[in-house]
Design a protein around this ligand. Structure first.
Ligand code: HEM
Length: 176
């Protein structure tokens, strides 16, 4: 988080009064962090179910018509055959990498792919970016008194969509 804050504050200087939608897309490192977060923590890990309309063969497997298919985007995004050190959070892995989340690279599918992929992708990305830019530019963040980094519970829960099981509590410290 500190590294991202340095990138954001270096880019915008220290006297900016407001961050608006016009500032979206201006901090390349933020885009890398968002991509890596979507890789490790996709919001819809199994995408939306599909159903076969006809008999198909996928990698030698026969799938009859009218069978429900789930795509495990979560597992694909952590597959060691596709990713180096897949369990580690390394935003820099996307530097000079063509892999993007727009449904063309099947190793990274946080918005799905094909005809039923997320129609709200642009709005979703803009909302995440604008929120993070504001939270990280204007505030430093510390843990509540008596809590250490080890006390942060990162377990996830949910069914179709995934959320943090235990909400993260942080104390904002205004810096600008
Ligand atoms: C970061 C934010 C978001 C993420 C990660 C996300 C992710 C997804 C995913 C993975 C799917 C399933 C795609 C598939 O199975 O191929 C989906 C579907 C969908 N999303 Fe999003 N979404 C986000 C924001 C939004 C927003 C802001 C809207 C609307 C304003 C939206 C509307 C929809 C709708 C309507 C579908 C169903 C599309 C269909 O069944 O044809 N999403 N989303």
């Amino acid at each position: 988080m500190k590294k991202l804050q340095v990138h954001i504050r270096d880019h915008f200087g220290h006297n900016k009064e407001r961050i608006t939608d016009e500032d979206i897309g201006k901090v390349p490192y933020l885009n890398l962090v968002i991509k890596e977060t979507f890789r490790l923590h996709p919001v819809v890990p199994l995408l939306l179910p599909r159903e076969t309309m006809a008999h198909i063969k996928v990698q030698g497997y026969d799938i009859p018509p009218k069978r429900r298919i789930l795509i495990n985007a979560w597992a694909i995004a952590r597959d060691p055959k596709l990713w180096t050190n897949p369990e580690e959070f390394i935003p820099e892995r996307f530097i000079d990498s063509p892999v993007d989340y727009r449904g063309q690279h099947f190793e990274l599918l946080p918005f799905g792919s094909g005809r039923r992929m997320c129609p709200g992708m642009a709005m979703g990305i803009a909302t995440v970016e604008l929120g993070l830019l504001n939270l990280l530019y204007f505030f430093d963040w510390k843990l509540p008194d008596g809590m250490t980094q080890r006390d942060i519970d990162v377990e996830e829960g949910g069914t179709l969509t995934i959320v943090k099981k235990v909400p993260l509590k942080l104390v904002p410290v205004r810096v600008h």
